[in-house]
Design a protein around this ligand. Structure first.
Ligand code: SF4
Ligand code: SF4
Length: 207
């Protein structure tokens, strides 16, 4: 595949998704099933988070951004994604959804928005955690001012997110990278193994 005409960001994303696809093809049915099962708690967390976002911010975000077609959340090409985000969305996607991801990455992005923003929102079956946890200041003001109950729920989500992504203890996102590294995969998005900040956190926790 010649990717000279797309951005470096798209190339890196394409390379990671292709490596994940090839690694997953090596897995036996049982290994694939075990991998899926290891993700189930995180997927439940994401379902809870999506329900919360919809309840408290769905209408606000629709009016503020989506109806106007100006989603400030998705207005950057280079959104940071973890390798585990890519694995999760790959494993939770249908073959058509995977094909759509590759098609998108193989064409130049002529918009100023994120390359993954489609006509009906994000084309990831499970958007990256950094996107799912983002609330702009106006949204926070709308959702939390005068509503300590909603704020308390949100703070609990912030705590739960760390259980998967903050490597001061063994976390799923690190484990997923290790799992795929054993399958021979390397990726620029493996920040838990190549990112100085996360490596320092792991070292301080003796991980
Ligand atoms: S969080 Fe803020 S920027 Fe993002 S969609 Fe909602 S209103 Fe728009
Ligand atoms: S990955 Fe999806 S949710 Fe995140 S910025 Fe891009 S389109 Fe938006």
């Amino acid at each position: 595949m010649n990717l000279d005409h797309v951005s470096e960001y798209q190339r890196d994303q394409w390379v990671s998704f292709k490596a994940i696809e090839q690694a997953c093809r090596q897995l036996t049915d049982l290994q694939g099933q075990e991998l899926q099962e290891s993700l189930s708690t995180y997927v439940e967390f994401r379902e809870d988070l999506a329900a919360f976002q919809q309840q408290y911010f769905g209408a606000f975000c629709r009016d503020a951004c989506f109806d106007s077609g100006v989603s400030a959340c998705c207005g950057f090409e280079s959104i940071i994604t973890f390798f585990a985000d890519q694995v999760l969305t790959y494993l939770l996607s249908t073959p058509d959804q995977v094909a759509a991801l590759f098609r998108r990455l193989e064409q130049p992005n002529r918009t100023s928005n994120c390359v993954f923003l489609g006509d009906r929102g994000c084309i990831w079956s499970l958007p990256p955690i950094s996107c799912a946890m983002f609330l702009c200041d106006k949204a926070k003001q709308h959702g939390f001012d005068g509503n300590p109950h909603a704020l308390a729920i949100w703070e609990e989500f912030l705590r739960r997110e760390k259980e998967y992504t903050h490597p001061t203890q063994p976390v799923l996102f690190d484990d997923i990278e290790s799992y795929f590294m054993l399958l021979g995969v390397d990726s620029p998005h493996m920040y838990f193994h190549h990112g100085p900040g996360l490596l320092e956190l792991k070292a301080r926790a003796d991980l």
